[in-house]
Each structure stands twice: as C-alpha cells, then as structure tokens.
Design a protein around this ligand. Structure first.
Ligand code: 13P
Ligand code: SF4
Length: 319
C-alpha cells in the first residue's frame, strides 16, 4: 500500500499542484513541500506560481493572502480551523471603529489579520519587511499599527517612530518566560539568543538577533556559534537542525509547566489532511470578489515597497 507521502506526490502531479509550508508546520509536512518559508515568502511564491492549484500548509490568513493575490488559482488549506490569535484579536468592526477615529493616519497592518481587516488597511507588513515598509511612509503621517502590539512596539523603538498600537498579541509567543530564559542563558553563556518580534519586550531584551522566521533561520545557518536559544515556535527547529546538525538548539523556555511553545493552529495540519485536500480539492479558500479587490490594495502596496517601487498614499481614510 502506498504511503501517505507517495499518495501526496501522485496527487500533486495529477492536479499540477504546488505545496507550500510555513516553518511552523510539522517536519514531515515541511519535507513534502515544494517550498518552506516565512509568511512573506509564501505569499510571493504563491502569487508567482504557474500551477493552478496551491496547497498552503500554514494558517488561514496565509492561504487567504495567496488567494487575494491570485484569485484565479484554487487555494487549498489542509484544515480551515487553522486560525491565528492575532486574527481573533482584531475583529473587523472594532478595527474599523479604530480606523475611523484616526482618519488622517495611515493604517499599517501585520499580515496576521483577516481579509476584511486588510480591506480597510493602507499597507500590510510581515516581520521580514516591516522596517522597509515603515521607512517608505512619509514622516509627517501618523501611523496606526496593528494587530500585534509586540511587533509594533519593537518597530517603534527601533525606528524611533511613534505609532498608535492595537493591543493584540500572539498567544504562542507571549508564553515565553523571560525569567526562565535568563536562567537558561546563565547555563549556556555562549549561546546566541534568536527571537521573533512577537515575543514580549521582557524576552526580547535577552535576544542577540530579532527577526522573522527566515531571518532567525539564516542566523543559525551562518553564525559559527555552536549553541542557540530559539524564542519562536518549535516547528522552525526542523530546518535549523537540518542546516546545523553540529549545533545545540534549545527552544526558549515557556512559562509554567508548558514544555514547548507550539502554535495549536499550525499543528492542526497533518499529512493525512494534506492528502485529503489534494484528493478532494477541498477545503478551498473562497473570498467574495469585492473583498478580494479591496484587500488586494494593502497587500500589493506591501509587495511593491518590498521590490523597491515607489507607492502613492491615500490622503485620508474615507471608509
Ligand atoms: P513569519 O512571517 O516570521 O514567518 O511569522 C509568521 C507568524 O505567524 C509568526 O508567529
Ligand atoms: Fe498566529 Fe501566533 Fe500561531 Fe503565528 S504562532 S500563526 S501569530 S497564533
């Protein structure tokens, strides 16, 4: 009998499908994917793909980004319940009310948000291009930044730019414990601490490198150190350990008795669900055409700035 991996490969060929996986997926899913990447890379690769079917093993907002950028493609997600606490923390009606309170400001929204929220956003960012995008915003414009308060605060401090922050957070990254990280660092004084900016400020103060998942992986690949403490979701250790079999990789400790920080949404996806999605071409991401047209603007502006192209900014929010 064929293994699940063999079934997936056969179905991929049958439907001319592309499989994309985020770094937080289980290692077995990463290993079957055509590309493994951070949220920006997955959106870019998904948009540029020539295949008519894209299966995105990640969370729903990532698959929605591919659908918004490439509406004619069939975009599959292994489990439609794979949400994100940042999406849950930024309901459309509340975000719209916040946006209306600051009509002259530009609204910068992390891609970890719903398509509806993107549709009332001036420009999206990911953790790998946020600095570049913010640098492109005229200095005389007030900035609203949501929904991740930790990423927003980190960027505001780094870029010395005041921003009005939405109070959302990632339920996974806020669970890292600064006290236990301090103790671990004392036991491993030569370890390089790499952290995702969704972590609390108290954790980030111990980080040698702060960045997106791809930035943290690049650091582990290229830094000659032999020990690393990794303050992000544990799925990324798969690629890190493959790249650095010689290095000791320790996930930063979580608060309480929790042994590791896993994203419960990312981990809903399984190889069986990937195979099922390719067999049935469901669950498919579907969005109303009008919502796609409105949410595309903020994503396309982000991608244009990432490519170094100039963009025009609206003078005020009229929604
Ligand atoms: P990256 O854009 O760094 O891959 O992060 C996505 C994410 O959801 C982090 O929790
Ligand atoms: Fe969302 Fe946090 Fe999971 Fe990333 S790790 S997908 S921000 S809940």
């Amino acid at each position: 009998m064929a293994t699940v991996q063999e079934r997936i490969r056969a179905l991929k060929t049958k439907h001319n499908a592309l499989i994309l996986a985020h770094f937080y997926e289980d290692g077995a899913i990463q290993d079957i994917a055509d590309h493994v990447g951070d949220s920006l890379q997955l959106a870019q690769i998904g948009e540029a793909a020539s295949q008519p079917v894209v299966l995105l093993a990640g969370v729903v907002f990532m698959a929605e980004s591919v659908k918004i950028l490439s509406p004619t493609k069939t975009v599959l997600i292994p489990d439609p319940a794979a949400g994100c606490s940042l999406v849950d923390h930024s309901p459309y009606d509340m975000y719209l009310a916040w946006r209306r309170e600051h009509r002259d400001a530009l609204c910068v929204t992390y891609v970890n948000s719903s398509a509806e929220v993107k549709s009332i956003t001036d420009v999206c960012v990911t953790s790998s291009n946020a600095e570049k995008v913010l640098a492109a915003i005229p200095k005389n414009r007030q900035i609203l930044f949501g929904p991740d308060r930790n990423l927003g605060r980190y960027l505001a401090l780094k870029l010395k730019r005041e921003m009005v922050l939405w109070p959302g957070a990632c339920e996974v990254h806020v669970l890292f414990s600064s006290r236990r990280l301090f103790e671990l660092k004392a036991k491993h004084p030569h370890a390089i601490v790499v952290a995702h900016p969704e972590c609390d400020e108290a954790v980030l103060q111990y980080a040698d490198v702060i960045g997106s998942t791809s930035r943290l992986l690049a650091e582990v690949k290229t830094n000659p150190a032999r020990e690393f403490i990794v303050a992000t979701e544990n799925g990324i250790l798969h690629q890190m350990q493959k790249a650095r079999p010689d290095a000791l990789l320790l996930q930063a400790p979580a608060q309480g008795s929790c042994a590791c920080n896993e994203c419960p949404y990312m981990k809903l996806n399984t190889l069986e669900k990937v195979a099922h999605a390719l067999e049935t071409l469901t669950p498919e991401v579907t969005l109303p055409g009008e919502l796609i047209d409105r949410s595309k603007i903020s994503l396309q502006r982000m991608l244009a700035i990432s490519r170094g192209e100039p963009v025009e900014w609206p003078s005020r929010f009229n929604g």
